[in-house]
Design a protein around this ligand. Structure first.
Ligand code: R5P
Length: 300
């Protein structure tokens, strides 16, 4: 039976693209709020016996998680055989350890919550730093799609003589991969985070690469303070303004305008979180991962 793709409200284009790529059908969801603000959902098609992919990016996850649970429970009650979440951006991955007394590891709690009502998860470049693999916190099968091949292809096609600059040592995992694939050098900066909206970024000496175009790469652009600090440094020391390439265009309130004001030559992101900077298509890679995850395990 073909897979069914069910969009969480607001994710219709994602569901349609994934269904087209996987040869599945889209089943719409009627959604409204009751007068008291509670959520009304109705699944407008037959999901009985099917593997169902719920398309739902998990940026701003607090506003979606209860609805996602209600939709999953409804699909299960309607006879869906397996529920796989396609979340191009996976929220709640950054509080991955206790930084201060009294905190919890919310990455772990959120993973336990989703694992409790889903059967599988596909995402793109989750924030894996102190958690090294999703299986450390998710108890369901997962696939983490790498955006590096698509970003490297974009750079190779659009940037003349690039040099990739990662904002911190944690970015080495994808900055080095992108640079290798794009056939260009890369350097890593040192970042010190002072608070949610305060970072210092020390970019190393780039004079050996003066003739190149700096491409600043980060996984998440949230407050954009990391990118802004790197842009300022590069603009002060290099002849060419940098390109900013992010995987996830999370962009907190005002962050995009602040980054534009710092003066990069261009800002591009992957289409994991809808934003006007989306220029790099990772949906084919998500579809491939879904197809692989949806293949039933062979009983031993
Ligand atoms: C940090 O570990 C991440 O890789 C990003 O550098 C960070 O999330 C960027 O955040 P912001 O845009 O708020 O500086």
């Amino acid at each position: 039976m073909t897979m069914a793709f069910v969009p969480y409200p607001g994710n219709e284009a994602l569901a349609a693209d994934l269904a087209a790529a996987c040869g599945g059908v889209v089943i719409a969801v009627e959604h409204r709020n009751f007068p008291d603000g509670e959520t009304y959902l109705r699944v407008c098609g037959d999901v009985s016996g099917r593997t169902v992919v719920i398309a739902c990016g998990l940026d701003r996850p607090d506003a979606k998680t209860l609805g996602l649970y209600l939709l999953s429970s409804t699909l299960r009650a309607l006879g869906a055989r397996r529920l796989i979440l396609a979340a191009p951006y996976l929220g709640y991955m950054r509080q991955d350890r206790v930084f201060r007394d009294g905190e919890g590891v919310t990455a772990r709690y959120f993973a336990q919550l989703l694992s409790g009502f889903l059967d599988g998860l596909v995402t793109v470049d989750p924030h894996l730093h102190r958690i090294h693999d999703l299986s450390e916190v998710y108890s369901i099968p997962t696939r983490a799609v790498a955006a590096a091949p698509a970003i490297a292809a974009w750079i190779a096609a659009n940037v003349e003589a690039p040099v990739v600059v990662g904002p911190d040592v944690e970015s080495e995992q994808w900055a080095s991969d992108v640079a290798r694939r794009a056939g260009c050098p890369f350097v890593l900066s040192q970042k010190t985070r002072r608070g949610d909206r305060s970072v210092e970024v020390a970019v190393p000496d780039l004079q050996a690469w003066r003739d190149r175009t700096p491409v600043l790469i980060d996984d998440i652009i949230s407050t954009a303070k990391t990118m802004i600090a790197a842009v300022r440094h590069v603009r002060a020391t290099m002849p060419k303004a940098p390109v900013c390439a992010g995987v996830h265009a999370v962009f907190a309130e005002g962050a995009y305008q602040d980054l534009l004001a710092a003066g990069p030559s261009r800002i591009v992101t992957c289409n994991t979180v809808g934003h006007e900077t989306n220029a790099i298509d990772v949906r084919p890679a998500i579809a491939a991962a879904l197809a692989a995850l949806a293949v039933p395990a062979i009983p031993s």
